[in-house]
Design a protein. Structure first.
Length: 251
């Protein structure tokens, strides 16, 4: 499996390269996009043909994780005759949110084949996606993606989405999996009630679940990456780094 980091930013930032969350996973002819936040569509389209995606999986309904479904909708609707369709695995309310943005019922239903996120496993091409609820906002999910099912013992990638309680991710992680995890509050402490993670919490999760490699993302404005890494390394002795837009990683 190959990971292309399209965007790895938080909800807002003064960093010019802080594109909203979006991660492309590919294996053979299967391609799965995890989230599509602000500014990510153009970068995605520069990398692959978006209408060829096997699916887009949305972790939760905060705009920094789904708002560029709007340009994807326009692209599928207006660049092709007949319009093309892409499968979208997302919290149940997504269709309503998109329709209300545009003020038109059915705005995106013509081009998106919605499938409701739910705890459990589903198949996207030959990628297997296992979703689990995490505490963040309403209906929020972390996901494990692997080639072949969870029981096939191939190494997977676990993506945190946004998450306010590290323990919610633990059931998804098998020893040796790579973990792509939000670290919104840098070296910490996370603000009470913010429902995001900080470095010590992420490091402790990675250590207790025995992850292979730890990839950090979604760092909020004002926090220093080096200080954040130091706070993670105090808990987790394995390989850890931030990911940034343009990074390509073999998993
Ligand atoms: Zn976010
Ligand atoms: Zn969020």
């Amino acid at each position: 499996m190959q990971l292309d980091v399209i965007g790895a930013g938080p909800a807002y930032s003064d960093r010019p390269d802080a594109i909203g969350s979006s991660y492309l996973l590919r294996s053979g002819d299967s391609s799965l996009l995890l989230d599509l936040g602000q500014g990510a569509f153009a970068r995605l389209a520069a990398r692959i043909e978006p209408s060829g995606l096997s699916a887009v999986a949305i972790s939760h309904l905060h705009p920094d994780h789904f708002i560029d479904l709007v340009p994807l909708r326009h692209y599928l609707r207006y660049e092709f005759d007949p319009q093309r369709r892409v499968r979208v695995l997302a919290p149940r309310e997504l269709g309503k949110r998109l329709d209300s943005l545009w003020g038109e019922p059915g705005f995106a239903a013509g081009v998106f084949e919605y499938q409701a996120q739910a705890p459990g496993e589903c198949q996207i091409g030959h990628l297997s996606v296992e979703s689990a609820r995490v505490r963040h906002t309403g209906d929020s999910y972390g996901m494990r993606v692997s080639v072949g099912s969870r029981s096939s013992a191939t190494r997977g990638l676990v993506y945190s989405g946004d998450c306010g309680r590290a323990a919610d991710l633990a059931p998804l992680i098998l020893p040796g999996d790579d973990l792509l995890c939000e670290v919104s509050f840098g070296p910490g402490p996370a603000a009470p009630g913010a429902e995001h993670l900080d470095g010590p919490a992420v490091g402790a999760l990675a250590a207790s679940t025995n992850v292979g490699r730890l990839f950090l993302t979604h760092l909020q404005m004002g926090f220093d990456p080096e200080e954040t890494l130091a706070s993670v390394r105090a808990e987790f002795k394995g390989p850890v780094r931030f990911v940034w837009p343009g990074d390509q990683l073999e998993l």
